[in-house]
Design a protein around this ligand. Structure first.
Ligand code: DER
Length: 236
C-alpha cells in the first residue's frame, strides 16, 4: 500500500544520501519505517558493512540489526555515533518532532544526541506544519512507575494536558512497560502548546518522575518524507 511504499522511499533516499562508506558507527531507531533503512544498508554490501557497528535504540531495533546479519555496537563502547537514522510520529516546519509512538524515545533521544548527524525518515502522514495535527495520542512521556499518578495529575492540572493518560498494553494486562522498565503517559496538547514545543518539553521534563519526553527539538538535521505520488519531500 501507498504508506509502506512511502516509508521505503523515504528510508532508501536517506540511506543513499547519508550512509557513506566512511560512516562506521550507525545508530538505528525504532518503529515500522526503520526496517527499510536496514534493508537499504544491507544492499550496500557485505564489504562496507563488515567494518561497521550498528547501535540499537531498544529491543526491536537490536533484533532488526541481528536478524539482518549486521554487527551490533554498544553505546558504552561507541558513545559518539557517526549518523543516527530514525522514524518519527510527526515532524513540524522546524524539524521538531514527536517521537515515542513505539515507547522507545528515551534510548532514541540518547542516540540522537550522541550522533554527529541525526536523520528522520517517515511517510507523508508525519509531515505537518505544527505538532499535534495528525498524531492523536499526543506527546509520549516515559515515567518511573512510582511517579506515574503524580505526573498524570501535574499534566492534568498544571501543564495543560487534561486528557493525558497512562498507556495501557493491548496483549498484556496492565500498562505498557518500556525497555527500561518504565511506564508511558500519552499527553495530547492543543496547538498553543505546540507552537514552541521546546518550552512544553522543558516544563514536562522538570516534573519529578519524568524520565524522558517524546518531543525532539533542535536535534534533527534533515527529514525525508515519502509521498503517495512517489516523490520525496526533504525538510532541512
Ligand atoms: O516511537 C518512535 O519514536 C518511532 O520512531 C516511531 O514513532 C516511528 O513510527 P513508524 O512506525 O511510523 O515509523
Amino acid at each position: 500500500p501507498a504508506i509502506e511504499a512511502s516509508k521505503r522511499l523515504a528510508a532508501y533516499t536517506a540511506v543513499d544520501q547519508h550512509v557513506r562508506p566512511e560512516h562506521k558507527v550507525i545508530g538505528i531507531g525504532s518503529g515500522s519505517t526503520v526496517p527499510y533503512l536496514v534493508e537499504r544498508i544491507v544492499q550496500q554490501g557485505k564489504a562496507v558493512n563488515k567494518g561497521r557497528v550498528f547501535v540499537p535504540t531498544g529491543f526491536q531495533s537490536k533484533e532488526l540489526i541481528v536478524s539482518s546479519g549486521l554487527t551490533l555496537g554498544d553505546i558504552d563502547q561507541y558513545p559518539t555515533i557517526d549518523v543516527t537514522l530514525d522514524g518519527a510520529d510527526e515532524v513540524d516546519r522546524l524539524l521538531n518532532c514527536i517521537k515515542g509512538g513505539g515507547a522507545c524515545h528515551l534510548r532514541e533521544k540518547v542516540l540522537a544526541e550522541a550522533a554527529k548527524t541525526f536523520i528522520l525518515v517517515a511517510d507523508y502522514r508525519k509531515n505537518v506544519e505544527f505538532l499535534g495535527t495528525n498524531f492523536e495520542p499526543g506527546v509520549p512521556i516515559e515515567v518511573v512507575p512510582f511517579a506515574y499518578a503524580k505526573v498524570l495529575k501535574n499534566l492534568h492540572d498544571v501543564i495543560g494536558s487534561p486528557k493525558a493518560s497512562l498507556r495501557m498494553a493491548v496483549r498484556k494486562a496492565g500498562p505498557v512497560v518500556t525497555d527500561n522498565g518504565n511506564f508511558v503517559i500519552d499527553a495530547p496538547f492543543d496547538r498553543e502548546h505546540m507552537i514552541e514545543p521546546f518550552k512544553t518539553m522543558a516544563k514536562i521534563k522538570m516534573l519529578t518522575g519524568v524520565v524522558e519526553v517524546g518531543l525532539f527539538c533542535h536535534l534533527a538535521q534533515v527529514a525525508y518524507f515519502g509521498n503517495e505520488d512517489g516523490s520525496v519531500t526533504i525538510k532541512k
